[in-house]
Ligand binder design. Structure first.
Ligand code: UD1
Ligand code: CA
Length: 459
């Protein structure tokens, strides 16, 4: 059985009050549409048709185009719906692109938490029209599932079209449905827009199936949150919390201690070794990997970085596109900018900023320094307040520091510059030319004390 998926993503999302198309709003740092596409791919469809309209170029641009499944590339076919005349109309635009003998699964672009396991029952059989429905305590706004006295589904009525009895129904339509493409195509052609919103409603195909005496089945998600849709920023915010709670639960069950599972945010993909401890208000973004036995201090942000084993990240540190070796100690208040690469047992202290800097084993930059475009050897000690002056206002230049160097506090290293191994730079020096190995280089002016000098007094 070949499966094709249609994702509805053309609506403006008026209730979001946003210039951004609704499906590009993010959950866990990833657009809702990207979530649905990734879930869809798990079902191994031959093609995913995404119906776009409002902000179409922005939507197409934002989605990661190369989607690989089991070594095969899933094709995304973008279908334009020029006017948003309803969900049924949106599917009509796509259905002619679908192989009519295939099973088609229709998904809403604004239901980002749905899981592949929940969708499996829908694509197992195409001898029926398969709906995903959910019982809600508060079904307001949703389409209601109408069943006859024997419990057979008769149709779906939208909230705005429902009478007072129908409004009491708690079983609602999630708008995820599947069936044979040619049948859905046929039922769609009978859908009219004579309703409260003058729209062509996708759920009206249920009436088509019932009129054909074709079976209509419904399955339910194991967890209701999965099918919650986003129509407003308030919904988005609620779903973000659900998503983050799930992420935190996954981390806890994989052996990470979270000091408060409600105060961690994962916006991407984060892998941990065993026995890590994460303090409160930590954010992980993009692709992050943390070794075993690490401690991540409060209010730290780690983005697209790799951290080795036994590292301590003290509070309020920001680590971005960096690689940290084993047994390092970073922060508090450290900023590792892109291109930082630390060896083992490196210490980066408070108010230190690094950028495109490779700092080898057992070196220390403990206080208030800027190290950029630098290559630093092993067991180097950079004193407080040292600055690599890497920028001349036009170009960036490199600083290279050999093993076992000691840079005295308050020095400025004006790049391009080489400091030989074992060298010592006297505190407060401004070094503008290469410093030789093993000797003391110092450039500060000689100190003098003026005897008999008189303090000015107030006139
Ligand atoms: C829809 C269902 C409702 C269901 C609810 C579940 C209809 C008529 N109603 O209502 O029964 O309970 O989902 O969340 O389908 N879209 C298009 N083109 C359009 C209109 C919408 O692509 O012309 C897309 C939207 O971008 C969105 C999805 O379809 O991703 C659903 O549209 P939305 O307007 O949010 O439908 P609901 O009012 O939520
Ligand atoms: Ca919706």
């Amino acid at each position: 059985m070949t499966i094709e998926i249609i994702i509805l993503a053309a609506g403006q999302g008026t209730r979001m009050r946003s210039a951004l198309p609704k499906v590009l709003h993010q959950i866990g740092g990833k657009s809702m549409l990207q979530h649905i596409i990734e879930t869809s791919i798990e079902l191994n469809p031959s093609v995913i048709h995404v119906v776009v309209g409002h902000g179409k170029d922005m939507v197409i641009e934002a989605i990661d185009k190369r989607q690989i499944t089991n070594g095969n590339e899933t094709r995304i076919n973008w279908v334009e719906q020029t006017e948003q005349l309803g969900t049924g109309h949106a599917v009509m635009q796509a259905i002619s692109h679908v192989d009519q003998s295939s099973t088609v699964l229709i998904l809403n672009g604004d239901t980002p938490l749905i899981q592949p396991e929940t969708l499996l029952p829908l694509i197992r059989s195409d001898n029926s029209l398969n709906l995903l429905t959910v019982e809600l305590d508060d079904p307001s706004g949703m389409g209601r599932v109408l069943r006859n006295s024997e419990g057979f589904i008769q149709g779906i009525v939208e909230h705005k079209d429902a009478n007072s009895d129908q409004l009491l129904v708690k079983e609602t339509n999630t708008n995820c449905m599947s069936g044979k493409a040619h049948q859905i195509n046929k039922w769609l052609s009978t859908v009219k827009n004579q309703n409260a919103q003058n729209e062509y409603y996708l759920p009206d195909i249920v009436t088509g199936a019932v009129n054909d005496s074709f079976p209509v089945n419904a399955s339910q998600p194991t967890r209701k949150e999965e099918v919650a849709g986003v129509n407003s920023r308030s919904d988005l915010c609620k779903l973000e919390r659900i998503y983050q709670t799930n992420q935190a639960d996954l981390l806890l069950s994989s052996g990470v201690t979270l000091l408060d599972s409600a105060r961690i945010d994962i916006r991407g993909d984060c892998q941990f070794g065993l026995d890590c401890i994460v303090d409160v208000n930590v954010i992980f973004e993009g692709k992050v990997s943390i070794g075993k036995n690490c401690f991540i201090g409060a209010n730290s942000i780690i983005k697209n970085s790799r951290i080795g084993n036994n590292c301590t990240i003290e509070p309020n540190s920001l680590i971005d596109q960096s690689i940290v070796g084993n047994d390092c100690n970073i922060g508090p208040f450290a900023r590792l900018r892109p291109g930082t690469k630390l060896g083992e047992k490196v210490k980066i202290g408070n108010f230190v900023e690094t950028k495109k800097a490779s700092i080898d084993d057992e070196s220390k930059v403990n206080h208030l320094s800027y190290v950029g475009d630098s290559l630093i050897g092993k067991s180097v000690n950079i004193g407080a307040g040292v600055i690599t002056c890497n920028y001349d206002g036009v170009n960036k230049h490199q600083t290279s520091i050999g093993d076992d160097v000691f840079i005295g506090s308050g020095s400025q290293l004006v790049a391009p510059l080489n400091i030989g191994k074992g060298a010592t730079i006297g505190a407060g020096s401004t070094i503008t030319t290469d410093a030789p190995d093993e000797v003391l280089t110092i450039s500060r002016s000689k100190q003098k004390s003026i005897r008999g000098w008189v303090k000015p007094s107030k006139k």
